[in-house]
Design a protein around this ligand. Structure first.
Ligand code: PAF
Length: 280
């Protein structure tokens, strides 16, 4: 598995790969990889694509108060994981390759800008959109794979490719979880042993809220009680715990099909997010 750092070399390599008729499946990552990322590569392979993974810690999507400086950068381990998962190629550019001196373009995406993570991370999805747009333009992949833990990010990226007529299909892959239900996340590494034992409660409380909503409990009540339980359990700040339409992200006071329960909460040094469907 080749590791490429320059855009011209990547394009040449992808051109050669495409010559044998297979599609390219892009798997963008920030590094700090885990089995959830391996699942994205495996999904690309299962769909018949040649998985091209990117390792790029994108500064544009971190605010000054966030964890860019301590975000796990473990290039060798990340490359080994991608190789084991079956990636055909890794693109691991330096920051200047993506944002060279004089780079001045910004993307401002207003879809979903006033809900969920966008409220607590201003500018975050503009930074994600900028780098995803660049990576899709560079690779010209047939498909790109994103994890559903970041459900709002999946919707933002779908809006981006639709609005800018980018010719790549966005494929979403179900959230990978540890055996106790905790969604896999790079930021789980920030948890102490005691916090790690508590963390799966996040998943269990949103499953419980979703089940109660399906059984007829008013959504606001089910969500408020789940939030209260998490706070009492020791989550330091529950930023949101809400039931919203899966496609529009509008609040779903009386959910029909396609509602989901979304949560973001802080536990120690980690900010954890998750979401589950309300059973039909
Ligand atoms: O989800 C992530 O890891 C990042 O936001 C992404 C899509 C790789 C863009 O930097």
């Amino acid at each position: 598995m080749e590791v490429i750092t320059s855009i011209p070399a990547l394009r040449a390599r992808i051109g050669a790969m495409r010559a044998n008729g297979q599609g390219i499946g892009l798997v963008p990552t920030l590094g700090g990889l885990h089995d959830g990322h391996a699942a994205l590569v495996e999904a690309a392979r299962a769909a018949g694509d040649l998985p091209v993974a990117t390792l790029f810690l994108n500064p544009a999507q971190f605010s000054e108060s966030e964890d860019l400086e301590r975000y796990p950068a473990e290039r060798d381990a990340d490359i080994a994981l991608l190789k084991a998962a079956g990636a055909a190629l890794v693109f691991a550019p330096a920051t200047e390759e993506i944002y060279p001196p004089g780079f001045s373009t910004r993307i401002s995406i207003t879809a979903f800008e006033d809900v969920l993570c966008a409220q607590n991370r201003p500018g975050h999805f503009n930074g994600v959109s900028l780098v995803v747009c660049k990576l899709l333009c560079i690779a010209r992949a047939e498909r790109a794979y994103f994890g559903e833990k970041d459900w709002q990010q999946c919707l933002v990226v779908k809006a981006l490719v639709r609005d800018l007529n980018i010719d790549t299909d966005i494929v979403t892959v179900p959230t990978a979880r540890d055996s106790d239900g905790l969604a896999l996340s790079t930021r789980n590494r920030y948890l102490t042993a005691a916090e790690r034992r508590l963390a799966p409660q996040l998943y269990h409380e949103i499953c419980e809220a979703a089940a109660r909503i399906a059984q007829g409990t008013p959504t606001e009540l089910a969500c408020a009680e789940a939030q209260e339980t998490l706070t009492l359990a020791g989550f330091s700040q529950v930023e949101y715990l809400e039931c919203r339409n899966a496609e529009t992200l509008r609040l779903a006071p009386s959910p029909g099909r396609g509602a989901r329960v979304f949560v973001a909460a802080r536990l120690g040094a980690a900010r954890l997010i998750d979401n589950v469907p309300v059973p039909a």
